[in-house]
Design a protein around this ligand. Structure first.
Ligand code: ADP
Length: 607
């Protein structure tokens, strides 16, 4: 049994360790999957966003043969019209500007959406670097034209994204966007346009080389309101749903400002710590995504740890400086992936631990129940054997004695009398035994009903003792009786009390024969539930072994002493006494000392 419990506990501990390791492993892969999914969504969002903007330049890139300024202007005007009638997001374009160089100097012309002609404006200071390239005929180190490696650059003009590409005159040297993509060294992939322009050197004097001339620049300015209200909103719904799980924002910096918030309550402060993000847009000249682009070519998504990350962490993650940029940031409404996975892990661990404890508990209970059932079955077998033995002894005596009488072999009247007494005694033993078994069966099934009446306990004690007077006298017992005067009546069932006392006398005869001394006392005392009458039956027998003492009131329990082993009995006597007393509203207690004797006290409630 103990071994079984230890085995169950050991198995539970092993299962617990395996469960713990498995949960950690599963959580780790969930965490990894979650982070990867988050990164993938950010990357897709960013690609879709850039793809939308990237649709603009092909519409406006003129043929290099458009040598004439008026023709170029007309071409741009037509392109804008074509854009508005055929593009997916016609309102995305706010204005088309061209900055060209002629004999009279540089001119900046802008065609606002809705206008029907270009208007000459001052060259914006923000685009001063582009003006200088034209004026000073700046070229790459080898004297080549300053064509952007991938055809165009992103810049910000008054906070609005602008796409810029060069206008060249000679078709033979025209490097179409994408043509140079695979040739451009990786170091050029994330160049900042201003830095790149500043690295240019003045070319030889005009006409000194055969290089085609850079005619000017085209600036495509994006409508921020449209970008915010339609493009970003649509992308957020496409990639993050309608906002049940995530808060999504697009933040411009520096200075920090909110370009877009998926939730009207979102503020820059509320997004100061985010779960993930990616640089959506920044001034650079590498935006094309054609051909088999290497994976790290785009902006790198950032997924924060359990505590979230400040916006600066996402900016730093791209490895750039403090140039103006737009960040797409995401906050999981239910907490970061880390904390969600951690919560789920703790819940799984808690539930699996509870399950394991329950499993271990029920296994132990099952083992206990099985052991108990086995013990009961064993006891019942012993009971049947004991009862059969108990019944057989008196029956054998009765049978042989009555046979002798019937055969007429016993003639002497005194001997006949003696034989009659034997038959009577054995018959009484038989009746007692049968009664005991019936009582036990009655109590067990709950059929036994007690008739509680105010009863004189002394009368019952004396009557019971009188019935045992002969056996005690035959063995030479010394009997002492002490009944307190004015003992109150007790509320009890007389016959039930009588049979309990007889059980105690019976046991004294069986187990305390060495002392041959019996005392029966009755007195009033204050019990746990009020005043009670206590009847104590004490003997000077061998006493009860301490290991037997807690069990003697259990059904079928028999002491391990030698006397008990050689004495008839089924282990029901004291069990009956205990259950009867309980049913009568009282109780039985025992005191025993090895070698000194045993005393049982019946506690009966006063009437
Ligand atoms: P049984 O007498 O059939 O064994 P009981 O329920 O009457 O069953 O008693 C249970 C056990 O308690 C006995 O087997 C015996 O070991 C012990 N016992 C009972 N009464 C006494 C007593 N007066 N002195 C010593 N041992 C006793």
């Amino acid at each position: 049994m103990v071994l079984g419990c230890v085995a169950v506990l050991l198995l539970t501990a092993i299962a617990g360790v395996l469960q713990y390791r498995w949960t950690n492993f599963a959580s780790e892969s969930h965490r990894r999957q979650g982070r990867e999914a988050m990164r993938g969504t950010l990357r897709n969002f960013s690609d879709d966003f850039r793809d939308t903007l990237r649709q603009l330049p092909p519409f406006f890139r003129p043929s290099p043969d458009e040598k004439n300024d008026a023709a170029l202007e007309q071409y741009m005007f037509e392109s804008a019209r074509r854009w508005h009638s055929t593009a997916d997001h016609p309102q995305l374009l706010d204005s088309v500007s061209i900055g060209t160089k002629s004999d009279k100097g540089v001119i900046f012309r802008r065609l606002k959406t809705g206008d029907n002609q270009f208007k000459i404006e001052d060259w914006p200071n923000e685009f001063g670097a582009y003006r200088r390239v034209l004026e000073e005929r700046l070229r790459l180190a080898g004297g080549e034209l300053p064509l952007f490696p991938n055809g165009f650059a992103f810049e910000f003009f008054q906070g609005r994204p602008v796409l810029i590409f060069p206008l060249v005159t000679d078709a033979s040297d025209w490097k179409r966007p994408g043509d140079t993509m695979n040739e451009s060294p990786p170091s050029q992939q994330l160049l900042q346009p201003r830095e790149w322009l500043q690295s240019l050197k003045p070319a030889a004097s005009p006409g000194a080389d055969d290089a085609p001339d850079l005619r000017g620049w085209c600036f495509l300015e994006v409508d921020n309101d449209y970008l915010r209200q339609y493009v970003i909103t649509e992308l957020v719904v496409r990639h993050y749903g309608t906002g049940a799980r995530y808060q999504v924002a697009v933040v411009a910096s520096p200075p920090l400002s909110l370009i877009y918030g998926s939730d009207p309550t979102l503020t820059i402060e509320s997004m100061s710590l985010v779960d993930a993000g990616i640089v959506l847009l920044e001034a650079n000249i590498s935006q094309a995504r054609r051909g088999p682009a290497p994976v790290p070519s785009g902006p790198r998504p950032f997924v924060a740890g359990p505590q979230g990350a400040p916006l600066s962490a996402i900016r730093d993650n791209r490895g750039g400086g403090d140039d103006l940029n737009w960040l797409l940031v995401v906050k999981n409404k239910g907490g970061s992936i880390e904390s969600l996975v951690e919560n789920a892990r703790l819940h799984i661990l808690l539930f699996s631990s509870i399950m394991l404890v329950l499993l271990a508990g029920s296994s132990v209970m099952l083992m206990l129940a099985t052991a108990r059932a086995r013990r009961l079955a064993q006891q019942q077998m012993e009971f049947v054997a004991g009862v059969s033995h108990e019944l057989r002894t008196p029956l054998t005596v009765i049978q042989s004695t009555s046979y002798n009488l019937a055969q007429g072999t016993i003639q002497d009247p005194s001997r006949v009398q003696q034989y009659g007494d034997v038959i009577q005694r054995e018959a009484r033993r038989l009746i007692n035994q049968v009664e005991r078994m019936l009582s036990f069966a009655g109590i067990q099934s709950g059929r036994r009903v007690y008739d509680l009446q105010p009863t004189d306990a002394i009368e019952i004690a004396e009557r019971s003792l009188a019935e045992y007077a002969v056996p005690f006298a035959e063995d030479g017992w010394q009997i002492e009786q002490h009944f307190a005067e004015d003992l109150p009546l007790v509320l009890t069932d007389g016959p039930a009390l009588e049979s309990s006392l007889k059980n105690l006398f019976d046991n004294a005869l069986k187990y305390a024969a060495q002392g041959k001394w019996l005392s029966v006392r009755a007195r009033t005392a204050q019990g746990t539930k009020g005043r009670e009458v206590q009847i104590t039956v004490a003997d000077r027998g061998p006493g009860i072994a301490p290991k037997d003492l807690p069990h003697i009131f259990e059904p079928f329990y028999r002491g391990a002493s030698e006397t008990a082993a050689t004495t008839s009995g089924a282990g029901l006597g004291l069990c009956l006494v205990e259950r009867t007393l309980r049913a009568l509203g009282g109780r039985v207690t025992v005191q025993s000392a090895r070698g000194e004797g045993t005393s049982f006290t019946l506690h009966l409630p006063v009437s």
